[in-house]
Design a protein. Structure first.
Ligand code: ZN
Length: 163
C-alpha cells in the first residue's frame, strides 16, 4: 500500500519510521475496557480516529485506536500509543503540547521554545510536515483528540471552531 503524502519527508530514516508505523500501526485496535473514548476527524484530509484510553489512578494503563487515514496521521497515532502508555495523564498532556509546539515552531517560535526539554522520540520523524499546514492537522489529529479526552484547556476548545 503506497501513500503519496510522505514524499516530502526527505530524510530516509524519518521516512522509514513513518512507513513502518503506517504499514503496521501499533495498538491499532479498540479497547473494550476503555474508560475514555473520543472520536476525532480531520476533514481536510479525511483522517478519522477513535481513541480509547484506560485510565486508572491518573495513569494511562492502556491505549488503542481505530479509524483510518493517511500515512502521517497513522504514524503519528501509532507513535502516540507507544509514547503515552504507562504515563500519567499530565505527562501525556505535556507531551501533546510539546509536539504541537514543535510543529508550530515556524509560526510561533516562543511556544516552541518552552517545549525544547521534552524528548519527543520518534515524533521527530514528523518534523517534515511543519511546512505543510494541511499535513500538520494530519500529524496532530490524534494528539488533539488525546488532549480533548483527558481535559481540554480553554484555548484548545477555541481551536475547534476553525476546523
Ligand atoms: Zn491526513
Amino acid at each position: 500500500m503506497t501513500d503519496y503524502s510522505d514524499s516530502f519527508i526527505n530524510d530516509d530514516l524519518y521516512r522509514q519510521i513513518i512507513i513502518d508505523h503506517y504499514n503496521r500501526p501499533h495498538n491499532h485496535c479498540r479497547l473494550p475496557h476503555a474508560s475514555h473514548s473520543l472520536e476525532g476527524e480531520n476533514a481536510s484530509c479525511g483522517d478519522h480516529i477513535e481513541l480509547d484510553l484506560l485510565i486508572e489512578n491518573g495513569i494511562i494503563k492502556d491505549v488503542g485506536f481505530g479509524g483510518e487515514g493517511c500515512s502521517i496521521f497513522t504514524a503519528s497515532a501509532s507513535i502516540l500509543t507507544d509514547m503515552i502508555k504507562g504515563k500519567t495523564v499530565s505527562e501525556a498532556a505535556e507531551l501533546a503540547k510539546a509536539f504541537k509546539a514543535r510543529l508550530s515552531a515556524h509560526t510561533n517560535p516562543k511556544i516552541a521554545q518552552t517545549a525544547e526539554d521534552i524528548d519527543l522520540g520518534e515524533l521527530e520523524a514528523l518534523d517534515g510536515v511543519r511546512d505543510y499546514p494541511v499535513r500538520i492537522k494530519c500529524a496532530l489529529l490524534s494528539w488533539e483528540t488525546l488532549l480533548q479526552t483527558i481535559g481540554p484547556e480553554p484555548e484548545e476548545a477555541e481551536d475547534e471552531s476553525e476546523i
